[in-house]
Design a protein around this ligand. Sequence first.
Ligand code: ATP
Ligand SMILES: Nc1ccn([C@@H]2O[C@H](COP(=O)(O)O)[C@@H](O)[C@H]2O)c(=O)n1
Length: 214
Amino acid sequence: MILAIDGPAASGKGTLAKRLAAHFGLPHLDTGLLYRGVAMALLDRGDALSDEAAAERAAQVLAPALLDDPRLRERAMGEAASVVAAQPRVRAALIAFQRAFAATPGGAVLDGRDIGTVICPEADVKLFVTASPEVRAMRRALELRTRGQPADEAEILADIRIRDARDAGRADAPLRAAPDAELLDTSDLSIDEVFTKALALIAPAIRDCTHTRA
Ligand SMILES: Nc1ncnc2c1ncn2[C@@H]1O[C@H](COP(=O)(O)OP(=O)(O)OP(=O)(O)O)[C@@H](O)[C@H]1O
Ligand SMILES: Nc1ccn([C@@H]2O[C@H](COP(=O)(O)O)[C@@H](O)[C@H]2O)c(=O)n1
């Protein structure tokens, strides 16, 4: 059973994906970390983020162990990731790893921007998680402050708007809901409420999937 969870930055898709993965006993891949890893490799080497050949090489040799590096979670890395993610050669180099993960026996949960549209268009469950930019900025600011990092909510909101526009506006695998995705706006929902609503939304697909395999 493959669960594809897409949505814009800080919408809560990762939180939901982790929770669903634990609930169904499936492995989870946060695919944003792959693009963050490519960006970090370029920045560490002093390569320009716009150097598509260098970015493609970094994507081809990306080591899964790198995905645990806490620097990947830094705010600037999200912005840098969205620059390299607009490059078709980078996206192409990361497809095989994501599809292999999705093909884990028993299934997997992947979250990102193009899981339901490009990586796993055949996914059994597709959710597109959103929240207003203001709510996302507030949640991200709270998250950063909890980690002891500075957080200016107005700056974060501006970043989020830029990232949304870049992710949705790129030619290759833009951020968008798959036509058969369930939409889930989390703006006015707590983390527990989002989980409960997601379970209700995906129940028919889970039932179909379980019956087909029985
Ligand atoms: N429903 C919710 N209510 C309140 N806070 C939430 C909710 N869902 C997620 N959060 C919090 O919002 C922040 C962003 O959530 P999360 O990391 O899941 O978003 P994301 O969409 O995966 O972000 P990114 O695209 O940057 O990976 C986290 O601090 C998380 O704990
Ligand atoms: N499937 C994906 C996942 C991510 N991206 C790009 O990476 C940036 C960082 O992602 P986060 O989920 O960690 O915020 C994001 O802004 C996208 O540009 C992607 O293109 N496809």
